[in-house]
Design a protein around this ligand. Structure first.
Ligand code: PGD
Length: 776
């Protein structure tokens, strides 16, 4: 039993314990964490921050005129209402759209209801908002239009599923941090290995081990090569070789390496013939038999800007050593984002794959904390979401197209699909006005549905575009069970404070609606929150006991400390495949790693990895009108847009405004000095940010992280700009390709200038949604 004053809790940025000291919440990292994240210190202020939602809100236009498309969303006023009023309005609307007891109401699955509701929300196996909304819509509508894939990895996952059978083992199964510590001789890190990203992991992370593994690898003499236009994408201390290609050109660099290796017979052809298929098709492309252009290091250098001799040298070293090729998720969050991931897998295969311990290919190492760690030997508790009978879905990053183009067709994984006609959007636990691109397009898309319902704990830009806003508790205000694949602890998430204002748990909100719709019994299964927790825990414990392990009793667990889970070094998919490719083939068309694919070719792409010129890149036609390549990457001071108001996030800003880094020479040429507020713009929109000249970014590259809360304002020169610094005001929501339809939000072309207009102050968190008036 632990000290009752000190409570444990789990979060995406680390396990911690907390207690109130002098009336303030003090957060202390979990003792077992060797490298806790500073992001934990964003947490204490979240209990009472002024951006918290205290009462239910209804948009005035919706309240007065009823449901229907409305361009005032995002600009309209909100009216505070009582819970009963808000729930009654919502329930009436849900019933109008076919919601109810699906055993008695005509069971028309909700093909007009978008419930994809993407977002990280908070840690916790039961109160996970996305799981709650999915369960609710399955019960109340019989189903909904879902979303598949992620903004993190939309293009990479789809291509790896196609050419290696499944992306999951390549991201999660290899124990890569251990290899880096013990055996790997060279790490070719495309996109770097950013410690700022491994600080977080969806669902929780108890032990941050990456920094120690890198340090141990360096001490052993492992050569780390970071390939990125931004130097601190590999932000560990020590000797790291930085190779800086132009953004979006890594695939050309890899193909140039492949050409050199093949020309010098420095390829493991035995590996290719045993474990891969389609080499001959790719070889023709490599040698220029298809397009008359041999893909020499000189050809690659002309595209990526890395000298040909350096390309040759790094390829030779990679062949001579036990080389681990890694690609960050960011690499594929761009147009043609499938290509560098596919090519990195092929390059690794040319080097002999995983035939030597410590060598091979790892996807997303460094992109998220729990990738590349030992697997759990035991299952984790999961809330059953029921059955979605609608059968309809979109690739997640197609949300704006779905709402704007009902009935239109598109392709995904080689199959033609059609967008549904959506009347209701129900969102809980995500912030599309943070995570989607081209936010003015999204704003138009959000004007289309009849009704938008959002649950959140804080007044985000997404709540500003809703019709009904339900205030949700945060994890600190409720009990839950914390656990995540790849993390070796299960954490009792103990309640730390009372609900803010009138906020309710997402589960309670759905129960209240289900009662009004006549489907409470089915939704709740007769259980209150605590009964669900003990039910999920006990059910899981039984499965764990069947495997010969055991967890404490539920009540003991909930009042105790985090409990260690068993991990395993049992062979994963790639190990089994390498041990016997005949007995354990990959789930691909050929059973092997596919160097060429007819399915990919059926979407109009080359059927092998290739350099495909993006619409927006340095050296492209677009460079003439907008000469800078913006890299809109993950932030250092927060997770996505969450807790942006916390002190760690605010310390990264200047006067509350997000910072854009610009190469020192470019800044000098444009007369931009440290702290100057600059306007970054293109045809899609504009954003203000505080400039910071730096030699850590390549010339003609700007770096502005995601996550500042979207606050569009009309500037005195007439431009509408996000004054807080959200890069998604200018990024494109063009799909990565017609094959994956993944998010391409990482890169776009922009102009930058010191604006000739008054500079408005930033909009404080929560004030974009207004009970007294809109922001624009
Ligand atoms: P978060 O800021 O985590 O972003 O997008 P995502 O929508 O996941 O939003 C989570 C929301 O959930 C917050 O508003 C938070 O307040 C709310 N929330 C937290 N706990 C609870 C709860 O218990 N209940 C309810 N109802 N709400 C809760 C992230 C997405 O952004 C991702 S994963 C990636 S990788 C993308 N990255 C990029 C990028 O690199 N570049 C660009 N340009 N754009 C990106 N967008 C993507």
């Amino acid at each position: 039993m632990v000290d009752q004053q000190r409570r444990y809790h789990g979060s995406h940025w680390g396990t911690f314990s907390a207690e109130f000291m002098d009336g303030k919440l003090a957060v202390r990292p979990f003792d077992g964490d060797p490298d806790p994240s500073a992001l934990l210190q964003n947490i204490p202020g979240s209990l009472t921050h002024p951006a918290r939602l205290a009462k239910p809100l209804i948009r005035r236009g919706w309240l007065e005129n009823g449901p229907g498309p409305d361009e005032r969303r995002g600009r309209d006023e909100f009216v505070e209402v009582s819970w009963d009023e808000a729930l009654d309005h919502a329930a009436t609307e849900l019933k109008r759209l076919g919601g109810g007891d699906q055993t008695t109401v005509s069971p028309v699955p909700g093909r007009h209801v978008f419930g994809g509701s993407y977002g990280w929300s908070s840690a916790g196996r039961f109160h996970h908002a996305q799981s709650q909304v999915h369960r609710f819509l399955n019960v109340a509508f019989g189903g909904y239009v879902a979303s598949v894939e992620t903004y993190s990895s939309g293009a990479g996952s789809v291509i790896l599923d196609t050419v290696s059978g499944s992306y999951i083992p390549l991201a999660r199964e290899g124990n890569w941090w251990k290899h880096i510590r013990d055996t790997t001789e060279m790490v070719l890190a495309f996109g770097g290995l950013p410690l700022r990203n491994v600080a977080v992991s969806s669902g929780g992370i108890s032990r941050h081990t990456a920094r120690d593994a890198i340090r141990a690898g360096m001490d052993r003499g492992c050569h780390f090569v970071s390939i990125s236009p931004i130097r601190d994408d590999f932000d560990a201390a020590g000797n790291i070789t930085w190779i800086a290609p132009r953004p979006a050109t890594d695939v050309a660099l890899m193909i140039g390496m492949a050409y050199h290796l093949h020309a010098n017979k420095r390829v493991d052809y035995d590996y290719l013939s045993k474990y891969a298929s389609g080499w001959e098709t790719f070889e023709k492309y490599l040698l220029g038999e298809v397009d008359g252009q041999p893909k020499t290091p000189e050809w690659a250098a002309s595209i990526c800007g890395v000298p040909a001799d350096q390309i040759r040298a790094v390829a030779d070293e990679a062949f001579d050593k036990r080389t681990l090729v890694t690609t960050s998720y960011s690499l594929q969050r761009s147009e043609n984002g499938e290509q560098p991931i596919w090519m990195a897998l092929v390059l690794s295969a040319m080097l002999g794959g995983e035939t030597r311990s410590g060598a091979g290919f790892s996807y997303g190492l460094g992109s998220i904390g729990n990738n590349g760690k030992p697997k759990l030997a035991v299952p984790l508790p999961t809330l059953p979401q029921g059955t979605n009978r609608s059968g309809d879905f979109i690739p997640v990053a197609r949300i704006a197209d779905l709402l704007l183009n009902p009935g239109a067709t598109y392709t995904y994984r080689g199959t033609e699909r059609r967008y549904a006609d959506i009347r209701l959007v129900y969102w809980a636990g995500g912030n599309p006005f943070h995570h989607h691109q081209d936010l003015s397009k999204l704003q138009k898309a959000f004007s289309k549905p009849d009704t938008i319902i959002v649950h959140d704990s804080v007044r985000t830009a997404t709540t500003a575009h809703a019709d009904i806003v339900f205030p949700a508790t945060i994890t600190l205000e409720r009990e839950d069970i914390g656990a995540s694949g790849g993390d070796p602890f299960i954490v009792p998430m103990q309640k730390l404070g009372e609900a803010f204002g009138e906020a309710r748990d997402d589960y309670e909100i759905f129960c209240d609606l289900a009662r009004r719709l006549g489907c409470y019994d089915m939704f709740s299964a007769g259980r209150r929150s605590r009964e669900w927790l003990s039910h999920l825990y006990d059910e899981n414990n039984r499965k764990i006991q069947d495997l010969g392990h055991e967890l404490p009793d539920f009540e003991v667990f909930m009042q105790g400390e985090p409990v260690a889970l068993t991990v395993t070094d049992a062979p994963g998919m790639m190990d089994a495949f390498h041990a016997d490719p005949e007995a354990s083939p990959l789930q691909t068309a050929s059973g092997r790693i596919q160097i060429s694919s007819d399915l990919v070719a059926s979407s109009g792409l080359p059927g092998h990895p290739a350099w495909l010129e993006p619409t927006e890149w340095l050296s492209g036609a677009n460079e003439l009108s907008h000469p800078f390549q913006l890299v809109a990457n993950q932030p250092r001071g927060r997770l996505h847009s969450q807790l942006d108001f916390g002190p760690v996030s605010m310390a990264e800003k200047m006067n509350g405004r997000e910072v854009v880094r610009i190469n020192t020479d470019d800044a000098l040429r444009l007369g931009i000095a440290e702290g100057d507020v600059v306007k970054i713009w293109n045809a899609r929109g504009a954003v203000l940010a505080a400039a910071s000249p730096s030699d850590a970014v390549l010339p003609s590259v700007l770096q502005l992280s995601t996550g500042a809360w979207y606050a569009p304002q009309v500037l005195s020169d007439g431009t509408i700009a996000c004054v807080n610094g959200n890069p998604n005001a200018v990024t494109s929501d063009r799909p990565a390709s017609a094959f994956s339809q993944g998010c391409s939000g990482q890169l776009c072309m922009v102009s930058i200038e010191k604006p000739d207009c008054e500079i408005p102050d930033v909009v404080p968190h929560g004030e974009t949604i207004s009970i007294i008036g809109g922001a624009v």
